[in-house]
Design a binder for this molecule. Structure first.
Ligand SMILES: [Zn+2]
Length: 134
C-alpha cells in the first residue's frame, strides 16, 4: 500500500534525525500534505504508528497540515478552495472543474522532548500496551 510505504519513509527520516539527537524522544511529526498528493491520512497515521512503535516511540503522533487546492469551475468560472482531490463546483454544481494545487508531502517539523522529561515518562505510564492482554 502507498500509505504504508510513505509511513515507513517518514519513520526513516525521523530515525535519521533522532540519530543526531541522542537522549531525546520524538513526540510529534508534522507534515504538509497537498490535496493532490491524495494520501489517505488515516491509513498513513496507522502505518506510522506501527513504524513508530517498532522504533520504541510509543507516544509519537503524526499530524498533517492540509494544503488546500483551488477548484476552478469551467462552467461558471468560480474559484473555490478545496481539501479533497475531486469535486463538483460548489457554486453551480457542475462537475466540469479543474484543480490547481500542490501534491507536496514533506515533513514540516519534528517535535522532540528530552528523554527524561515528564512528557516522555508520562507516555510510558499511560501506554495501554504496557499492561496489554497479550
Ligand atoms: Zn460552477
Amino acid at each position: 500500500m502507498h500509505e504504508l510505504a510513505l509511513a515507513e519513509s517518514i519513520a526513516q527520516a525521523v530515525r535519521r534525525t533522532m540519530e543526531e539527537l541522542p537522549g531525546r524522544t520524538p513526540v510529534q511529526v508534522r507534515l504538509r500534505l497537498g490535496v493532490l498528493a491524495a494520501v489517505d491520512l488515516a491509513a498513513l497515521q496507522f502505518g506510522f504508528a506501527v513504524a513508530a512503535r517498532e522504533s520504541g516511540w510509543d507516544g509519537l503522533v503524526l499530524e498533517a497540515v492540509c494544503v488546500p487546492a483551488e477548484l476552478l469551475c469551467v462552467e461558471c468560472g468560480a474559484r473555490t478552495e478545496t481539501r479533497v482531490a475531486h469535486g463538483d463546483c460548489p457554486v453551480c454544481g457542475s462537475s466540469r472543474t479543474m484543480l490547481h494545487g500542490s501534491d507536496e508531502l514533506e515533513m514540516e517539523s519534528l517535535e522532540v522532548v528530552d528523554g527524561n522529561t515528564e512528557h516522555a515518562s508520562r507516555n510510558d505510564g499511560d501506554s495501554p500496551e504496557a499492561t496489554g492482554a497479550a
